[in-house]
Design a protein around this ligand. Structure first.
Ligand SMILES: [Zn+2]
Length: 509
């Protein structure tokens, strides 16, 4: 009797436990990994990711033996070949490149600057990307300040005095709140400065002063834009001394020599792709991506070597786990990100007919720090489901889930398609120094953080690809447009030529 009673109790207990997940799935709240069937796979992938990682070794190779990977350069081509070989060696399916055209190719020559008056000394400068050159032997010119925070006024009132001058960007008064608008305005200013025959401009990305000690930061000054005026980033110490002289009413003159090469027409570039095919819905696609290209002052380890090797190691961890997802996971290494999201835009264009089958696109591109958030690209509707996942991976940190739409990396083109372009936000306090600078090197990356980030990418991609219910499909354009208006991104997207929704910018009825 007693024995039978216990058996009966166990059967009842088993039945009631089995019933729990069904109940959860029946109700409105989304199922967590513990009851949606993904947990065994996730557990195995976590083990592969954290205990067998090859990400740090890959990053060293990419950093030290391939090095700078400016889109269109021999370094980028070598990185593409290496990625293809890595994807094939891992055993990914359908490994291939997809070619696209970039508006122009650009190669850095050299840049130098020498202060001639009121004292003589050499200055530290580097050319910004996709800008022009001075005459062959450089120019000698007086320096004129331009207030970055009052560009409209400066262009209107002072451009007649810019001919033959080197313009140095200074900041006076209150900073405009919208960083992207400032970036766009700076591009307009560069056109005005060129039209006014200014000799050169001193100012970094968006006109900003260099962050950090004795370093410069290169970068693009518009989306898919070339500016014929030479623009340099100057070490903050040097730029501030020039400002102090100007503030004291001194005449500042310098010799500046910037030599770059730009192609007359477009150049061929390529993205690299490989897949783990889905077992049940192979036509449905979850993208796990990052950009392979970098700037050229250093090795591009933090921007974005980290992301690129994380994509490769995410693929490895999933393959090695032996678990196969229901949907296809497509691993994509983009190029042309640094010149205006060119590779990911080319991807969404080339795969337009397939967009309806895309579920989500993950991107890791916020430097060397640990992932602290999943930003769902406007898809507020997905927060409850994704929070079930982040709770299950709480051992990787307390990940914040938001609907923030991120456009300064390859999430952007997917968001425009109405998809969750998911930015894996990282806490990278040193990124402001390594970003696009000569100190973006392998030594800045900690292996344990890289391995954790790569594992989280694997887990997130696998969970989305394997959960029984499809996480998302693309929103209709009108809904996406409204979300972008609500997030106050429409003006910026129009200004950089990335608004595909026509005049759809007013509130819906
Ligand atoms: Zn990047």
């Amino acid at each position: 009797m007693l024995k039978q009673g216990i058996r009966h109790f166990i059967i009842l207990l088993a039945l009631s436990l089995a019933a729990l997940p069904l109940k959860a799935a029946d109700s409105d709240s989304p199922a967590p990994p513990a009851s949606d069937g993904t947990l065994p796979g996730l557990t195995a992938i976590a083990g592969e990711g954290m205990m067998q990682s090859e990400a740090y070794r890959d990053l060293q190779y990419l950093s030290d033996y391939i090095g700078p990977r400016l889109t269109g350069s021999p370094g980028a081509k070598e990185a593409i070949q290496w990625s293809l070989a890595r994807m094939r060696a891992l055993g990914l399916a359908n490994v291939h490149v997809e070619k696209y055209q970039m508006f122009r190719g650009w190669t850095r020559g050299f840049a130098s600057a020498e202060l001639l008056s009121p004292i003589h000394r050499y200055l530290k400068v580097d050319s910004m990307g996709w800008v022009g050159s001075t005459p062959e032997n450089g120019v000698t010119a007086d320096v004129t300040p331009v207030n970055l925070y009052q560009l409209d006024q400066e262009m209107k009132e002072n451009s007649s005095k810019w001919a033959g001058k080197v313009l140095v960007m200074v900041t006076r008064g209150e900073a405009p709140k919208d960083r992207f608008q400032l970036f766009v305005k700076f591009g307009n200013f560069l056109k005005a400065a060129y039209a006014a025959h200014a000799a050169a401009v001193i100012g970094g990305q968006g006109g900003s002063e260099a962050a950090g000690m004795d370093i410069t930061h290169t970068g693009i000054l518009g989306f898919a834009a070339y500016y014929p005026i030479p623009v340099v980033s100057m070490a903050a110490e040097d730029q501030e001394q020039i400002e102090r002289f100007l503030d004291q009413g001194k005449t500042v003159s310098l010799k500046i020599n910037v030599q770059n090469h730009v192609t007359d027409g477009p150049v061929e570039c390529a993205n690299v792709l490989g897949e783990i095919r889905g077992t049940q819905y192979p036509e449905q696609i979850v993208v796990a991506g990052a950009h392979l290209d970098s700037w050229d002052l250093a090795e591009g380890s933090t921007d974005n070597g980290v992301g690129a090797v994380a994509v490769l190691d995410a693929a490895r961890a999933i393959l090695e786990s032996g678990y196969k997802p229901r949907r296809t996971i497509r691993f994509v290494l983009y190029t042309g990100e640094e010149e205006g999201l060119l590779g990911s835009l080319a991807y969404t264009k080339m795969h337009q007919s397939e967009m309806k089958n895309h579920v989500a696109a993950l991107t890791l591109d916020n430097g060397q720090g640990p992932v602290v958030s999943l930003e769902l690209g406007g898809r507020k509707d997905l927060i409850p489901a994704v929070e079930q996942f982040t709770k299950a991976v709480a051992a990787f940190g307390n990940l914040k889930v938001s609907d923030h739409a991120v456009f300064d990396t390859d999430t952007g083109p997917f968001i425009l398609q109405g998809l969750p372009g998911i930015n894996m936000g990282q806490d990278s306090p040193e990124y402001k120094y390594t970003h696009h600078s000569a100190v973006d090197t392998f030594d800045k990356v900690k292996p344990e953080i890289l391995e954790q980030d790569a594992t989280l990418m694997a887990l997130t991609a696998y969970w989305i690809a394997d959960r029984p219910e499809r996480l998302a499909g693309p929103w209709p354009p009108q809904k996406t447009a409204q979300m972008l208006v609500d997030q106050k991104l429409d003006k910026m997207l129009k200004a950089i030529g990335l608004w595909p929704f026509g005049n759809q910018d007013s509130k819906q009825p």
